[in-house]
Design a binder for this molecule. Structure first.
Ligand SMILES: C[S@@+](CC[C@H](N)C(=O)[O-])C[C@H]1O[C@@H](n2cnc3c(N)ncnc32)[C@H](O)[C@@H]1O
Length: 181
């Protein structure tokens, strides 16, 4: 039974639609102190952009041929073969580095359709629970759509309700990104 002592996630979830939005978050969210894990890096284009802004990034993909090509294109960036659904392998990677991942980015093919929403949410909670990064950024149109229809009930005062357009209320008081809380 849920109670006040139950485990509470501290990770914020950021939902983006399309690769432009996914990459645009880097400038706003990633700092030079961050240790970043990208799941589904393909040829490493986003991983290389992350590398310019953070302490360390590891780009990972389930396809070994992607990782070979990414390593050739960006020899200064670290890439590893990893199945994103194997969160224990991600934990071992963090242990091998001796560093905790502070941000996780994921962009996995097949997770854009609305049918995949439960898989996306499962991934978010799995990484938030096991790796405990401060932020997980997902490229998932279905998650963004879902999040934009969520309202984290915060007992707003009548004046807040009156002043805020409905769409701002839906993403929570003070929220300016799409966040599932
Ligand atoms: C759209 S591409 C990624 C593009 C890349 N993030 C970028 O910004 O250039 C999706 C990638 O997800 C990878 N993928 C699919 N399922 C995966 C899984 N379970 N674990 C890791 N990678 C996966 C695919 O191999 C593919 O390279």
């Amino acid at each position: 039974m849920a109670n006040e002592n139950q485990f509470k996630l501290r990770t914020r979830f950021v939902a983006t639609r399309g690769v432009q939005e996914y990459r645009a978050t880097i400038q706003s969210l990633v700092t030079p102190q961050d240790v970043v894990l990208e799941l589904g890096c393909a040829w490493g284009t986003t991983t290389a952009l992350l590398a310019e802004r953070c302490r360390l990034v590891v780009g990972t993909d389930v396809g070994p041929e992607c990782i070979t090509r990414a390593r050739q294109s960006y020899p200064h960036v670290r890439f590893e073969v990893l199945d994103a659904f194997d969160v224990r392998a991600a934990l071992h990677l963090s242990d091998r580095l001796g560093l905790a991942f502070t941000k996780v980015y994921f962009d996995l093919s097949g997770l854009s359709s609305y049918r995949a929403l439960l898989d996306v949410i499962a991934l978010l909670t799995m990484y938030a629970t096991v790796l405990r990064p401060d932020t997980v950024v997902a490229k998932s149109g279905s998650l963004k759509h879902f999040a934009s229809h969520c309202w984290a009930w915060d007992v707003p005062s009548p004046s807040v309700v009156a002043e805020r357009p409905m769409e701002r209320q839906l993403i929570g008081v003070g929220g300016d990104v799409d966040v599932l809380r």
